[in-house]
Write a protein that binds this ligand. Sequence first.
Ligand SMILES: C[S@@+](CC[C@H](N)C(=O)[O-])C[C@H]1O[C@@H](n2cnc3c(N)ncnc32)[C@H](O)[C@@H]1O
Length: 247
Amino acid sequence: MLVRALTSLRRNGVVGTIRWQLYRLSEAYNERHLGVDTRRSAEFGPNAYCHLAEHTPYEPLPYGLIKRGLGSVCENAQEHVFLDFGSGMGRVVLTAARHPFKRVIGVELMKPLCEIARENVARANHKLRSSVEIVNEDATRYEVPDDVTVIHLFNPFTGDIMTAVQRRIRESLERAPRHVRIIYAHPTDQRNLFEGVEWVKEKQRISTGVFFAMKLLVYEHTPSQGAASGTHRRVTPEAPVFSAKLA
Ligand SMILES: C[S@@+](CC[C@H](N)C(=O)[O-])C[C@H]1O[C@@H](n2cnc3c(N)ncnc32)[C@H](O)[C@@H]1O
């Protein structure tokens, strides 16, 4: 432990080491509180996705950031249906379901991740205030339910996949015009794939505090923005480089 602390001090300095330790403590506390394990694992690293261009490997968003994002909607959670695209082992849906949303949905491509997420939901069930459904589906094929009002994405995909998913969201807004908020987290070294999408407006940039390698943005769609008339911008594919690292 001492060796690890000294290595961290040498590599990250005092402030960096304190930040890193606070991050680790927060992660451990939240996992323990829910009785779940949603940590990154080598099994679902880039190798598991190497045949899938434009898909981002599993990596959970730090609890601290999930809570910051939810802060913009959880005050009146009971009015909202929450959907996380690329829900992985379920960390975001579990954290959302601690608030009384009408319901919470996670959509995830990888079957083994869905199984882990469902186990995690079962384990944390007594701490949850809304029901959670984990759907094993490619997000491009998933028809967004017309009562979904909060959509969360932690950098799950890029390129044509993101374009197709944005189209899915828009189709739902055309069927059922409504107010929708999109919470979008992505590493600062990646392009913001919602920039220039005409049927949403950037509403808020949430401070990411110590996670300054991340951006956390809230977009909003209001029926007056007319999803049907808005043009759809194609998202240029880019390498799914991923780094939810601190600093
Ligand atoms: C960066 S992780 C985010 C995990 C989770 N949202 C969290 O923060 O804990 C991205 C997730 O998106 C999933 N994913 C990638 N492409 C997908 C697709 N086409 N449809 C559904 N899920 C996808 C990956 O399997 C991975 O679990």
